[in-house]
Write a protein that binds this ligand. Structure first.
Ligand code: MGD
Ligand code: MGD
Ligand code: MO
Length: 685
């Protein structure tokens, strides 16, 4: 049977699922899908483990033990919904609707189940959640240059001469890009990877530039210096499709490669060689990851990288250009899903999700958050400044409902847990942030236990609260049709019936897809090398490198915490999802910190030792791996293990800050200083 991977990954794979006796037996990639091409990751290959997990939530649960003990009794859906409605009514009467805070992210990328809570929470006048945890910083920076969250079709990179994988560990985080990279390489394309550590993606490239974290902006400015200085610029493209070239040319005179070399930790000659290779042809494709935006200067970095293909005219080449995300290429009618018309005016306050801990603990919050409803997310594990988040979740006066598929770190803190269906059990429409296909998935299994989808659950809650009932009084298929019908030309004519027949439909964009070939949807209609909008927002109008707020230039902090610590995804989990799987945990082995030999030696740490990683925010235990895959001064902690499977019970995000990055309100997860100390030698495996 056909399905679609629901997880928060640009690949959004088309799946073939076999079911026997009500259980999933195998999951493989659809060989005919033009982007999936029969390849899926090890996580989803093992999907039966997730759907039929012993940790599945199969019935509603009500807390009986102390808060956080994770002791529950079973409850009926009727009783659970009635209790939630009773508690919410009390909270709204005493403190108003804003005292209720929905908290969700992208547990599923299915558009109906992702947005399912919006109509209800709008109708209740609940606080609005700014969903910043992943892409908003990257998107704000990207849009400053090219105006829209889209870019060249990654399928086109197969014909490129040079592919630059910039801050993206595609071998882990979107494996299908590697299929395209391999095909390009077989044709003779050169592949470069720019990453602070040697990921498998970097190891498989022709060249790896191991930059210091947060210095890509400086690198790109020096590349521009060489391109402009050596006349490797497409004057025709620059003249017709960009604004601000003269100002940029003047500005980057101050960025000779030697200056960037000292900042990035690279030899100046390698920067010059890179720039010349990049400038040799417009058939250069830069695939930019979201990862490199998770720094204090991350928005500006994305804005700066987006300028490079404009200088060489690569944006107009059928095999060139750049892609950060295709998320904005899908012009669905989101209002049909989100129902902003149900919101009271003036609009309720906005809470930035990465500051959940503050929102739950800050005495200045007026009204205080009294009711928290979590779905599609595991904030206890994924949110930065975790110790503060956990302090908030521990509040006795906070009424917390968690709608989940599995018993996560967050369900432990719930007053009520509701059982959620997986994508194998409910219907949804999927867009992607890495390709250009809309996909529909129908259930391949009945709901497991008493699980209900987000859509059904919010429908029950809306009826119990006596609001927004009409919004939920329609089947998912009808909502999908409405979102398509209210969309723009990119989805015009695509219907639910067509998707039900064909499963995957390319949106209405041309092939080759060159959205910035003649300019860009910015205020000026051009690719903005100079951005008036940024200047108005109080940011530099020209691409500018700024040192990290929490980095080596923060001299006082760096004295106490001398190691930069980046926290990228690991291979076998997706954020914290799949942490529940015995199989995938055993493949991932143990929470690990990678360290260069000289950093380890300076601390008396040997390979395999258990170490304590700490800063002012918190401390957690990891197994040390000594490796030349990272440079001295940079520690790497991959992946988010659930606390319950973490030695010592604290996870990586006790270390990270809830400080917002330069643009878009997202987190600077990788701008992180720590110290490491040996906990004891040779922990028994
Ligand atoms: N296996 C797996 N796949 C995933 C996920 C997962 O957790 N596991 N998460 C999914 C999600 S939600 C997302 S948003 C995407 C994210 O996937 P990507 O867009 O690939 O982003 P990240 O993996 O966060 O980071 C990519 C790389 O950026 C590097 N990086 C960090 N700082 C810098 C820097 O300053 N400069 C440069 N050049 N590179 C830097 C990291 O070392 C990492 O190798 O992946 C999705 N896919
Ligand atoms: N240290 C560190 N922290 C990070 C990151 C990092 O790279 N390093 N990455 C950040 C990024 S990019 C992101 S996107 C966030 C992700 O943060 P989250 O969106 O919280 O991601 P997950 O950990 O995958 O948790 C999603 C949860 O949703 C549940 N779920 C899935 N489908 C459904 C459904 O249909 N209904 C309901 N009710 N629940 C469902 C899953 O069971 C899962 O527990 O984490 C961020 N945190
Ligand atoms: Mo993400």
């Amino acid at each position: 049977m056909r399905s679609v991977c629901p997880h928060d990954c640009p690949s959004c794979c088309s799946l073939e699922v076999s079911v026997e006796n009500g259980r999933i037996t195998t999951v493989v990639g659809d060989p005919h899908h033009p982007f999936t091409r029969g390849v899926i990751c090890g996580k989803v290959h093992a999907y039966a483990e997730r759907v039929h997990s012993p940790l599945r939530v199969r019935e509603p649960l009500r807390r009986v033990g102390p808060k956080g003990a994770g002791v529950f009794e079973s409850a009926s859906w009727d009783d659970a919904v009635a209790e939630i409605a009773r508690r919410w009514r009390g909270i709204i009467a005493a403190h108003g609707g804003e005292a209720i805070l929905p908290f969700s992210y992208a547990g599923t990328m299915g558009q109906v189940q992702f947005h399912a809570g919006h109509p209800l929470f709008h109708a209740l006048g609940a606080s609005l959640l700014d969903r910043t945890i992943c892409v908003t910083t990257a998107y704000a920076g990207w849009k400053a240059t090219v105006g829209a969250v889209t870019g060249n079709d990654s399928e086109q990179m197969v014909g490129a001469d040079l592919i630059v994988l910039w801050g993206i560990n595609a071998a882990y985080s979107t494996i299908n890009v590697m299929t395209l990279v391999k095909a390009a390489r077989a044709r003779g394309a050169r592949v470069m990877c720019i990453d602070p550590y040697r990921t498998p993606t970097a190891a498989g490239a022709d060249e790896h530039l191991m930059v210091r974290p947060g210095t890509d902006g400086a690198l790109a400015l020096a590349v521009m210096h060489v391109l402009i200085g050596e006349g490797l610029v497409d004057r025709d493209y620059v003249d017709r499709a960009t604004v601000g070239f003269e100002a940029l040319a003047e500005h980057v005179k101050a960025w000779p490669p030697e200056r960037a070399a000292a900042i990035c930790g690279l030899p100046a000659e390698r920067i010059v060689t890179f720039a010349r290779r990049y400038g040799a042809s417009p058939r250069t494709f830069i695939r930019i990851g979201i990862g490199l935006s998770r720094h204090d200067n991350g928005g500006m970095t994305c804005r700066t990288l987006a300028c490079l293909p404009a200088l060489t005219g690569a944006y107009a080449d059928p095999h060139g250009g750049a892609l950060l995300s295709t998320g904005g290429a899908f012009g669905l009618g989101f209002a049909a899903l989100e129902r902003p018309d149900l919101m009271p005016m003036p609009a309720p306050r906005i809470v930035n999700m990465i500051q959940l801990g503050r929102a739950l603990t800050d005495p200045a919050m007026a009204p205080p958050v009294k009711g928290l409803y979590v779905y599609n997310s595991n904030p206890a594990a994924v949110c930065p400044d975790q110790n503060v988040v956990l302090r908030g979740l521990a509040r006795e006066d906070l009424f917390t409902v968690v709608h989940e598929q599995v018993l996560t770190d967050t369900t432990r803190w719930a007053d009520i847990v509701l059982p959620a269906t997986t994508s194998m059990e409910h219907e949804d429409l999927y867009r992607s942030f890495g390709h250009l296909y809309l996909q529909l998935a129908e259930p391949v299994l009945p709901p497991q236990g008493q699980a209900r989808s987000n859509w059904e659950t919010f429908g029950l809650l809306a009826r119990a609260m006596g609001v927004a009932g009409e919004a939920y009084a329609k089947p998912v298929g009808q909502v999908i049709d409405e979102a398509l019908a209210a969309g723009d030309e990119t989805v015009r004519g695509i219907t639910y019936d067509q998707l039900a027949r064909e499963r995957s439909v390319r949106i209405n964009v041309p092939r080759p897809y060159l959205p910035f070939a003649h300019g860009a949807p910015t205020p000026s209609g051009k690719v903005e090398l100079y951005s008036e909008a940024l200047a108005t927002a109080g940011l530099p109008a020209l691409p500018t490198w700024m040192p990290l707020l929490e980095g080596p230039d923060d001299v006082e902090r760096a004295r106490r915490y001398p190691l930069q610590c980046i926290v990228p995804p690991n291979r076998f989990f997706l954020n914290s999802s799949f942490s529940q799987s015995d199989l995938l945990r055993s493949r991932q082995k143990t929470p690990t910190v990678m360290l260069a030999a000289e950093d380890a030696a300076a601390r008396g740490v040997r390979d395999g030792d258990e170490v304590r990683v700490f800063n002012d925010r918190g401390a957690a235990r990891f197994t040390a791996r000594i490796t030349d895959a990272t440079r001295p001064g940079v520690a790497v902690i991959e992946g988010i293990w659930w606390h319950r499977f973490h030695p010592g019970g604290a996870g990586v995000n006790v270390l990270t800050s809830d400080r917002t990055a330069d643009m878009g309100g997202g987190p600077a997860l990788h701008s992180n200083l720590v110290e490491i100390a040996a906990a004891r030698h040779r922990s028994p495996a």
